[in-house]
Design a protein around this ligand. Structure first.
Ligand SMILES: N[C@@H](CCC[C@H](N)C(=O)O)C(=O)O
Length: 258
C-alpha cells in the first residue's frame, strides 16, 4: 500500500505529517509509525502527526513519538501542524485547534508560527532542577559548557533513573544573558537528543523566570536547530498568555510503501 506523507521541521525538530481527515490511517499500528519515523528504513523524523477533523475546532492534532507511541503535547509539532493546515487550505492565518492537552490558539505569518500554550499553575523546584508540565513533562537543569555536554547519556540517566518507565523530557540550560538562554533537550519517546523541543524551551523559559534567573517575560532560546521565543504573563504563582514562536517549514512530500 502507498501512503502519502509530508515532512515538516520546526527549528530542526522534524515530523512526518499525514492528512487523516478521511480516517484511513491505522492509528494503533505502533510498528508502522516507528517505521515511518525510522531514519534508516523509513522517512525519518522525531515524530509523526495526524491532522484530523474536529467537532469544535478547525482541526485536531494527534501526535506520536518516533518510538511509535501516541504521546502528550508537542510544541514544535503544534507549530508545524499550523503551517500544514494552512498549506492544506484548512485555515488562513489564525486558528484554534484541538490537541491532547486542549484547545490551542495560533497565528502564522510567513514561515513564523506563534502558538499559545496552556496556562501553567504548578511548578516544582528541587535542589538542582525544576519540574513542570507544559503539555508534556519537563525536567529543567542548569549546565555549564552546554555545548560540550553529552546530552544523550546524561539525559537518559535522569529520564530512567528519576522518572522510571513513564519518563520525562530532560532539558539542560545555560544562561547567556537576561533574555537569552541556550537549551539542549533529551526527549522521551525519541530516547535521544533532538535539535529542539517546543514544550521544552517553554518549560525552560518559565523555570528561569520562576527561579529568579531572569525577570524578563519574553525570552529567546537558542537550540541546536535555531532560535525560538517564549513570552508569558506571570500571574501569582502561575503563568498565562504563554506563546511559543519560531519557524515551521515544509521540507518535502512523497509517498511511501508499507
Ligand atoms: N518535541 C516536542 C515534545 C514531544 C513530546 C515528548 N517527546 C514527550 O513524549 O513528552 C516539542 O516540541 O514539544
Amino acid at each position: 500500500m502507498l501512503l502519502n506523507f509530508y515532512k515538516y521541521q520546526g527549528t530542526g525538530n522534524d515530523f512526518v505529517m499525514i492528512d487523516n481527515r478521511n480516517n484511513t490511517f491505522p492509528k494503533n499500528d505502533t510498528k508502522l509509525v516507528n517505521y515511518l519515523c525510522s531514519r534508516r528504513f523509513g522517512v525519518g523524523a522525531d515524530g509523526l502527526i495526524l491532522v484530523e477533523n474536529d467537532e469544535y475546532a478547525d482541526f485536531k492534532m494527534v501526535y506520536y513519538n518516533s518510538d511509535g507511541n501516541e504521546s502528550t503535547m508537542c510544541g514544535n509539532g503544534g507549530r508545524c501542524i499550523v503551517a500544514f493546515a494552512k498549506f492544506l487550505g484548512i485555515i488562513n492565518n489564525e486558528t484554534k485547534f484541538n490537541a491532547v492537552d486542549g484547545i490551542h490558539y495560533a497565528k502564522i505569518q510567513g514561515e513564523t508560527v506563534s502558538l499559545q500554550m496552556q496556562d501553567i499553575n504548578k511548578i516544582e523546584v528541587f535542589d538542582n532542577y525544576t519540574f513542570l508540565d507544559t503539555g508534556s513533562p519537563h525536567h529543567v537543569q542548569k549546565a555549564e559548557n552546554l555545548e560540550r555536554l553529552d546530552v544523550k547519556s546524561n539525559g537518559a540517566k535522569i529520564r530512567y533513573g528519576k522518572y522510571g518507565e513513564k519518563g520525562s523530557n530532560i532539558n539542560f540550560v545555560e544562561r547567556e544573558s537576561a533574555d537569552i538562554f541556550s537549551v539542549r533537550t533529551y526527549e522521551r519517546g525519541v530516547e535521544d537528543e533532538t535539535y529542539s523541543c517546543g514544550t521544552g524551551v517553554t518549560a525552560v523559559a518559565i523555570a528561569m523566570n520562576y527561579g529568579g534567573e531572569t525577570d524578563k517575560s519574553s525570552i529567546q532560546l537558542k537550540t541546536q536547530g535555531g532560535l525560538l521565543k517564549v513570552s508569558f504573563t506571570k500571574k501569582g504563582e502561575g503563568y498565562e498568555n504563554i506563546f511559543l514562536e519560531g519557524s515551521a517549514k515544509q521540507v518535502f512530500r512523497g509517498e511511501i510503501e508499507w
